[in-house]
Design a binder for this molecule. Structure first.
Ligand code: GUN
Length: 283
């Protein structure tokens, strides 16, 4: 029986907070992040609350703009362009999903790539996919940081990423490839998912499909990163993996909550600090 490591994302995010706080002390002014929410999606409001709380602990200023969902796409773009021009704003984050009928690709691509703290613009994703990463999306960065706590050498490892979104699956697949993994990018149309997973040293699930990753999906000692966040009818927050079943089988697993979520918040601020240090584009 394997002794399964629980990868504590909360603890690591707390440690990173202290390290970043030290860095910020040397800045001429605290970094400033603009967060835009269009509408009042309850899940988005919770995510933003976590970001603001982390920012407060860190000493980063957050300007929160909650905008009306009946505004036009043009007026949202104009608002973002003003923030692009404002020298006191270092990073801009538009909380996703945007309500219908906003075109999230167009909106994200209105953000100046130098201020795109989420790394989701075509420019920043393009740099990642040509092997010259500048600003890397936060959830994939969080997954890699958590993986690195238990994996020292990725070369030749079999990795399965379940999900192919622009936010998580695609950029994470690229990071794992670049780290030397042999990648299977699985998704809703993948056949024999359990067979692919069973052969993997690393399984990352980002589907929001509760109970997807069962014990017969995972080979002994494999690392499971659970990006899923769902709420059960009883109100409990759960991930994609049946975590209890995997104890004693997986080598390591991230809990939900307390795994990828807190580290993702931390990565937003890591990106913001890198933007302020201007060490991403000026090299
Ligand atoms: N909604 C869920 N995750 C994210 C994220 O990483 N960035 C943004 N902007 N919105 C999200």
């Amino acid at each position: 029986m394997v002794s399964t490591v629980l990868i504590d994302g909360k603890k690591q995010a707390d440690e990173l907070c202290l390290q970043m706080k030290e860095k910020i002390k040397n800045f001429s002014r605290p970094p400033c992040l603009a967060v835009i929410l269009v509408g009042d999606n309850p899940a988005s409001l919770i995510y933003i609350k976590h970001k603001r709380k982390y920012a407060e602990r860190l000493g980063v200023s957050v300007k929160f703009y909650q905008l009306s969902p009946v505004m036009t796409e043009d007026s949202l773009c104009s608002f973002i362009k003003e923030l692009n021009e404002n020298p006191l704003i270092d990073g801009i984050l538009v909380q996703l999903p945007l309500p219908f009928p906003f075109d999230s690709y167009k909106i994200i691509d209105t953000i100046d790539p130098h201020k795109d703290v989420d790394g989701l613009s075509s420019t920043n994703l393009g740099y990642l996919f040509v092997g010259q990463p500048r600003i890397i999306p936060c959830t994939p960065l969080a997954c890699m940081a958590l993986l690195k706590t238990v994996v020292s050498d990725f070369s030749g490892l079999n990795a399965v990423v379940i999900g192919r979104s622009r936010l998580v699956g695609k950029p994470l697949g690229q990071l794992l490839l670049d780290a030397g993994c042999t990648l299977i990018q699985a998704h809703s149309q993948t056949k024999n998912l359990s067979e692919h997973c069973k052969n993997a040293d690393i399984v990352v699930s980002a589907t929001g499909h509760t109970g997807l990753i069962k014990k017969d999906f995972i080979k002994a000692g494999a690392v499971v990163i659970d990006v899923g966040i769902s709420r059960t009818p009883e109100g409990k927050i759960v991930g994609d993996a049946c975590a209890d079943e995997l104890m004693g089988i997986a080598g390591a697993i991230t809990p939900v909550p307390g795994g990828v979520g807190p580290m993702t918040v931390s990565m937003i601020f890591q990106n913001l600090i890198s933007i302020c240090e201007k060490n991403l584009y000026n090299r």
